[in-house]
Design a protein around this ligand. Sequence first.
Ligand SMILES: [Zn+2]
Length: 560
Amino acid sequence: MHDLVIENALIFDGTGGPPRHADIAIDHDRVTDVGPGLGVSRERIDAEGLALAPGIIDSHTHFDAQITWDPMVTPSPEHGVTTVLIGNCGFTIAPCKPEHRDVTMRNLVRVEGMSLKAMQQGIDWQFETFADYMALLERRGVGPNVGAFVGHSSIRTYVMGEDAPLRAATATEIDAMRRLVEDAIDAGAVGFATSTSPSHNGADGNPMPSRLADENELRTLVSVLGNRNKGAFMLTKGASTPVPWLETLAADTGRPVIVAALLHNSTDPDKVFEDLDGIEAARSRGNQMWGQVSCCPLSTEFTLRAPYPFEGIAAWKPAMQADSEESYKALLADLSFRDAIRTELTRPAVVRLFNNEWEKLSVIGTVLAKNQGIENCTLAELAQDRHTDPLDFLLDLALEENLDTTFLSILLNSDEDAVARLLTHSCSSIALSDAGAHLTFFCDAGFGLHLLGHWVRDKQIMPMEQAIHRLTGQPAAIYGIRDRGQIKAGAYADLLLFDPDTVGRSPARRTFDLPGGERRLTTDALGVHGVWVNGTRIVGQTDTQNGPTLPGVILRSYDS
Ligand SMILES: [Zn+2]
């Protein structure tokens, strides 16, 4: 007798092939049969009218800190995500010596917009090495399955301490870092992750440590993957590491190279396609490369207390280094500071979040009653009405409201025709939810449901089976995640049961559920009828099952 049979669902098996009406049987943690007439079972679900897919694999999350206090990593599983990869961009919390905990958290405050108070109250620091961290997660249990990258910025801080964000490493230091990467790969890391992006800044306004790595350091650390013949290399790319250079790493190691964050920028509209074409050319030469793209517009809510969109502007740096609120405010009022930003914004940049597009920046929350009338106006409109400069208007308003005015900035990826081309490109991997990070700015944990609802049902940019493949079977193949991402006899029972007519995600809403009552944005799933991880239902009604409350596993071995 089977544990569970789901009957009459339209099954999308994750391979990209056409769907079919069938039943599936689940026993313990696996799918054991697919077809008609599967016999008796302890529990039956009639799924007529619904679609059944493998659970979504979210390959770009930042749950490294959150997972130590919230092993369910909400809200991702509600949105059909059954496997998450953490440690992207190299912003991990392991390995970490006790004396580096403070700077590690302060780095995450700036680079990933995480609350310092929530991290101070929430992170369980009972680890030092990467292997200890994996063991801690395993001991505490996890909701979805978790694969972890070893992060460059963390190993750099571990070896170089306070010099990590300041200088190049010595040969001895590079050697010590190489050994840490080896240890982590041996302990089951899914790969090695880094960032060379100028938008990634950390504590005290310094660059994130990985940005100080020279070519030799990066090449040495990535070479571990080739030597072990294991693991993927992911990076968030800045101008110093162009695609042709990254291809040499793929060629030298024979390992997959995943290039993030390929977001469309309407002020430099061809750039992202040039990167993808470079990746396609690399692929034709036998090198495994993928461009990570997003199906969500990159928009962020922010105040001048943490103005993430501006922090990639070089002329903004003095503001990140201000040692008190008074000196910060004085700087914001300073004409030469403002002029330097204006000048820089008129110059083209390879990678920059905010590109002088004031019509895409609006006021969404004011503090003073007299300013309420300008809510939901764009800075472009406001500046034009008042015959003033938009940057002056924004900074004067924020100063008048003690830095607490809330702005909304639509930064990148908002041109839907261009985004559709990215999503359907043969070398793109759809990810970049950044779930677990930027918690007060945006929440794209429901990116998969957004793809299925907005892009497939409403815009019809690709067939449903293709979209599901890109969320399941494709990432499983890229990272070598074994027996997941497909519905077939023998695969783990990671499943998403949904209604194709209503699937989607709600608009973001505020909640105050972080440690210390700190605020974040979250979204609700639409059209989801059930989610299973390793055969245990974690979303939807459960009748007879008595599975573990945290059914996920820590992934430690991958297909090469
Ligand atoms: Zn990231």
